[in-house]
Ligand binder design. Structure first.
Ligand code: ZN
Ligand code: ZN
Length: 353
């Protein structure tokens, strides 16, 4: 989003007085986190550094990365570099929070020291610990983003909406973090209020798949809608795959099968098969693969999921070729005799950009 000059300066002042963080450092570390997510270069990934380290020492990780000049040079571009930044905010960074202590004590007397302590703990505990730690470790996922990001809570109130971290990593340029009807992002409320006052302008929110008239065949518009909404489409596909696993499991149980190995494998498949291959724990991978190979419907669904994904993961393929491939995919799905795939293909043909 674009922020007007008044709120923009207010928030820079608030960052200084409330946290002592330097805009350029925070932005650079945050951009690097997105760019190198869950790799050794990620400044605060619990996947590489361990959950305990990030939860308990998140702010230390932040401070050490803030000293990395390479990070600031590579990822800190287009951050404020005006007179007040150079001569006050960056230069006297910790004096901001000292000023806050004076203000708190002046306002609340001795209680002000407690107010100040809570303010000082807020970012290290909630942002550096909980969001950077738990937000890549524990919670639910709406989308199979390439990283391990999770939504810690469907109601983003306490940490300004950052709780919805899987949504944020899936659509990092969206100003709104909630995507499901049951989710709430209080930050979005603030943004909308500022927008109504003419102080902000939202540039981007998450795309939403629109369904309209079913096209006779998939075309370039279908492809466009599919690629723009690929995370949502794949989430829908995962629901279908999970239902198929459940149906296979139920059928096997109904037939009175005593082959417990097969039952166990199908149970694992129901738990994991709808996830991306690299998200399935190594310990159960062989069993999940076996369940898939032994069940024609499941193996077909997995194969076709990968074929669908190939529509946006391959480079060096012309748009015309992709449309042809998409048409072939839909045709194959409709001829498969599998209801899930038939319905899915129909839905794809109804997609509008
Ligand atoms: Zn993150
Ligand atoms: Zn982010």
């Amino acid at each position: 989003m674009d922020l007007g000059a008044i709120p923009s300066h207010f928030f820079r002042f608030w960052l200084w007085i409330g946290t002592g963080m330097v805009t350029k450092e925070w932005v650079a570390i945050h951009r690097k986190h997105h760019a190198k997510c869950e790799t050794e270069d990620d400044p605060h990934s619990p996947q590489t550094r361990g959950i305990k380290t990030v939860l308990l020492t998140g702010s230390e990780l932040y401070r050490s990365e803030a000293k990395n000049q390479d990070t600031l040079k590579k990822f800190g571009h287009n951050t404020p570099d005006d007179w007040i930044e150079r001569n006050l905010y960056s230069r006297y960074s910790w004096q901001g929070v000292a000023l806050m202590l004076i203000v708190d004590v002046a306002l609340f007397g001795a209680l002000g020291a407690t107010v100040w302590a809570v303010q000082m703990l807020w970012i290290p505990v909630n942002a550096a610990g909980i969001i950077n730690g738990l937000g890549h470790w524990w919670g639910y996922r709406n989308f199979e983003a390439a990283d391990a990001s999770t939504n810690v809570s469907p109601w983003g109130i306490v940490i300004g909406g950052e709780e919805l971290h899987n949504n944020h990593h899936t659509y990092p340029t969206s100003a709104k973090f909630s995507v499901k009807p049951f989710e709430f992002d209080i930050g979005w409320g603030y943004i909308r209020a500022l927008e109504l006052l003419g102080l902000a302008r939202v540039r981007k929110t998450a795309p939403q798949l629109k369904l309209g008239a079913v096209r006779p065949v998939a075309d370039s518009k279908t492809l466009e809608a599919l690629i723009a909404n690929r995370y949502e489409v794949m989430a829908k596909y995962a629901v279908g795959l999970r239902a198929a696993c459940k149906a296979e499991l139920a059928a096997l149980q109904a037939s009175g099968a005593k082959n417990s190995a097969r039952l166990a494998e199908l149970r694992l498949a129901k738990r994991w098969l709808h996830r991306d291959a690299d998200k399935i724990p190594a310990a159960v991978k062989a069993q999940v693969d076996n369940a898939c190979q032994q069940t024609p419907v499941l193996s077909k669904l997995v194969t076709m999921r990968e074929e669908l994904r190939a529509l946006w993961t391959r480079t060096n393929v012309s748009a015309e070729q992709l449309v042809v491939d998409l048409q072939a995919w839909c045709h194959k799905a409709e001829q498969s005799g599998i209801a899930t795939l038939q319905e899915f293909a129909l839905r794809l043909r109804a997609a509008h950009a």
